[in-house]
Design a protein around this ligand. Structure first.
Ligand SMILES: Cc1cc2nc3c(=O)[nH]c(=O)nc-3n(C[C@H](O)[C@H](O)[C@H](O)COP(=O)(O)OP(=O)(O)OC[C@H]3O[C@@H](n4cnc5c(N)ncnc54)[C@H](O)[C@@H]3O)c2cc1C
Length: 368
């Protein structure tokens, strides 16, 4: 039976970047994915403040360049000048896949990991799939996203976390292609709506909420939103293909490692709490994890894995805790149109740069 330096469960955002980085340092990696097709997704576009160069990505992954974010509440509009991207998820994953070193990284699809095995010292020895096949490695990574197939089993995250869920339609777009829209107020209760412009006069319109009661009726709520006067001016629904998915909402976590098991991404809730931006933050976490794993393998000592947790805490913990508090306040205020109108009115006196800090969750705080 083959044995690997690193066995990664899940070939999503986190798993792919980890595999790419570890492949670069010639680590023997096995990447296991339950889907048959790596490029099949339940939604296809992402809004992101990402710096593409930082992650070795080209502009080909961009579906649209954005220069303005417009916030809309019932009676107010606040425009903010800012550069960000609408990313084409498929193109992004193709680009990462093309940059993976196939000599060292093996990808297996249609492998649904069910379990992780330990030895008597509590070290993890193998993961097993739906057909009881075993995959053996020195270090294991849970990058299985919301499923958290291992992180939940070992107790790093709750078995039944609350979920934020979003639904989207790809629609005809009548607005400015460089202007992205974020929509708040009573009709978007417990969350917010978005319009992501794409090329060729198309856009994605979506609504996501943290409120369990609204999630049950999400599709009807999205249809109601499509009938509001503001949205009717901006988009025309011309098909019924609905896309969407969920992300876990947990308290901000900061423990991602047990012995030779490392967890990255949504499996340990590393999506930024404020707007649910995951890619940029999870890429960064995956780079940190890859560095620590490489060092642990190089020195044949698991203690180096803790550098990943330490660096993550330093970079993200205080920013995430602040975003989490903002998320809580936002959920409360989102129930009342007059409060959202008031917040947008007040925000006109706040410089664009400060508004972007709150929106992106990048407050520049550092945990010493
Ligand atoms: C509706 C919605 C909208 C979003 N919008 C944005 C956005 O605009 N911008 C942004 O940056 N982020 C956005 N996010 C967040 C972002 O998509 C996630 O945070 C990010 O994809 C998480 O990456 P991950 O690698 O942890 O998980 P995923 O990308 O979900 O990857 C997990 C992988 O593991 C596989 N897997 C699961 N279980 C198993 C198993 N048992 N065995 C083997 N493989 C398994 C899955 O099939 C999947 O391929 C959004 C999320 C949702 C739900």
């Amino acid at each position: 039976m083959n044995s690997y330096d690193v066995v990664i469960v899940g070939a999503g955002t986190a798993g792919l970047i980890l595999a790419r980085e570890l492949g670069k340092s010639n680590r023997k990696v096995l990447l296991l994915e339950r889907k048959k097709d790596l490029l099949e997704f339940s939604f296809n576009t992402l809004g992101s403040f990402i710096n593409l160069d930082e992650f070795g990505l080209t502009h080909n992954v961009v579906a649209q360049d954005i220069n303005t974010i417009s916030f809309h509440s019932k009676r107010m509009k606040r425009k903010i000048k800012s550069k960000l991207y609408i990313l084409d998820k498929k193109q992004l994953h193709i680009e990462i896949l093309e940059s993976i070193n196939n000599e060292f990284v093996t990808i297996k699809t249609d492998v649904n990991i069910k379990n992780i095995e330990t030895d008597i010292d509590g070290n993890y020895t193998a993961v097993t799939d739906q057909n009881k096949n075993k995959y053996i490695g020195k270090i294991f990574v849970d990058a299985s996203g919301t499923k958290g197939v291992i992180s939940k089993t070992v107790g790093l995250t709750s078995k039944n976390p609350d979920l934020a869920t979003g639904l989207e339609y790809n629609v005809k777009y009548l607005g400015d292609p460089g202007e992205m829209h974020l929509l708040v107020g009573k009709v978007y209760e417990g969350g917010y709506g978005w319009i992501f412009p794409l090329k060729n006069e198309r856009a994605i319109i979506g609504f996501g909420t943290f409120d369990k009661n609204i999630v049950k009726d999400l599709k009807n709520r999205l249809h109601e939103i499509l009938e509001t006067p503001l949205i009717k001016k901006l988009v025309v629904k011309d098909n019924d293909k609905v896309e969407g998915a969920s992300i876990p909402i947990t308290p901000v976590l900061s423990k991602f490692i047990i012995n030779n098991l490392v967890c990255v991404g949504d499996s340990v809730s590393q999506v930024n709490p404020i707007v649910g931006e995951g890619y940029k933050f999870i890429f960064e976490a995956a780079l940190m994890a890859a560095k620590a794993i490489d060092k642990a393998l190089q020195n044949d000592s698991l203690q180096f894995l803790s550098e990943y947790e330490m660096n993550w805490k330093k970079r993200f913990l205080l920013n995430y805790q602040r975003s989490k508090r903002t998320q809580g306040r936002f959920m409360k205020y989102s129930k009342a149109d007059f409060l959202m109108d008031y917040i947008l009115f007040i925000s006109k006196f706040i410089p664009d740069k400060r508004c972007i800090k709150s929106l992106s969750g990048e407050y520049g705080l550092e945990n010493k």
